[in-house]
Ligand binder design. Sequence first.
Ligand code: ADP
Ligand code: MG
Length: 318
Amino acid sequence: MSDKRSRAAIAATGLRKSFGDHVVLDGLDLDVPRGTVFSLLGANGAGKTTTVKILSTLLSPDAGEVQVAGHDLVREPDAVRAAIGVTGQFSAVDNLLTGQENLLLMADLHHLGRGERRQRTALLLDRFDLTDAARKPVSTYSGGMRRRLDLAMTLVGRPQVIFLDEPTTGLDPRSRRGMWRIVRELVADGVTIFLTTQYLEEADELADRIAVLDRGRLVAEGTADQLKRRIPGGHIRLRFADAPGLDTAMRALGQATRDGDALTLRVPSDGSLRALKGLIDHLDQRAIEVDELSVHTPDLDDVFLALTGPSDQKVTPR
Ligand SMILES: Nc1ncnc2c1ncn2[C@@H]1O[C@H](COP(=O)(O)OP(=O)(O)O)[C@@H](O)[C@H]1O
Ligand SMILES: [Mg+2]
C-alpha cells in the first residue's frame, strides 16, 4: 500500500458496475483525503447511490480496486464496515420506536456498556436537537428530524468515514441549513464525509472537492472554484465615469466588449487573482480611471449544465 493510499479515506481506481447491459459506473477513480468533504454531484440516475452502495460494501463492484479507511473493500469488508457510517436513501430508522429507543438499539448493536449507551444517546439527542422529541415515536417526526435521527444513529459507532446519500433532498431550506451545520461540525471533529447531492449549492457550501458524475464517468473534478473557472463565461466588468474613459480603455484592452449600459466593458477572464491583477496593472500603466470593477465567475449551475448530458436532455437540478 503506497503512502498516498493509506492516508486516503477513500481510494478507488477503475470502479465499474453494470446492471445487465446498463453500464452505470464506467471506470471511476476517487481519492478522498481524510478529514475532508468530497461531493459526488450528479442528476437523478447518474449512479450516486450505486457508488455509495459499493463503497460501503452493500454492493460488489464488477471491477476496480477500492480502499476505504485503509482497508481493501473486497478482502476486508468487516474492517471497512467497522470504520464507516451510511445514511441516506435506506434509512435504518424504525418508525414504531421512539428516537431514543432507536439510538439505544444502535448502541446495543455496537456493544456499548450500560453507562456509555445512556450517555452517548443523551449526547446525540442533544446535539441533533431531538431531546424534546426523544420519547415520541419516529412516525410523528418531520422529514428533517428523521434525517437528523438517522445521522445520529450512524454516529453511535463513531465512524471515521460517513456516507451521506442525498442527505437534504426534500428538506425545507431551514432543515437543509441545519444539516449543513452538522456536516461542518463532523468534519471539524476529523471525520471524512462522502456526500452525494443533486444540489450544486450544497456541494459549493460544503465540499472541499467536487466530482461531477455523468453517464458513468467523472466528467470534472476539483474545488468549486476550479470547476467554475473551467467554464467560459467568466468576465470582469468595468464601469467608467465617461465615454472618453471607456473608449481609451476599449482601445487599450483589445478584446473587451461593451456590456449593456454604454459606460461598461466586459473583459473575458478566468476570474483568477492573477488575471485580475494583470488587468488592473494594465489600466494603471495607462492611467485609465475605473469607477467600478466586478468579477463575474460562472456559478456551479453553469458548470453542471456545460459538463453533463446533451443539451436536449439536460436535467436542471431542483
Ligand atoms: N439493482 C438495480 N438493478 C438494475 N438497475 C439499477 C439497480 N440499481 C440502480 N439501477 C440503475 O442504475 C442507474 C443509477 O442509479 P442510482 O445509482 O440509484 O442513481 P442516483 O443515485 O444517482 O440517482 C439508474 O439508471 C438505475 O435505474
Ligand atoms: Mg440515489
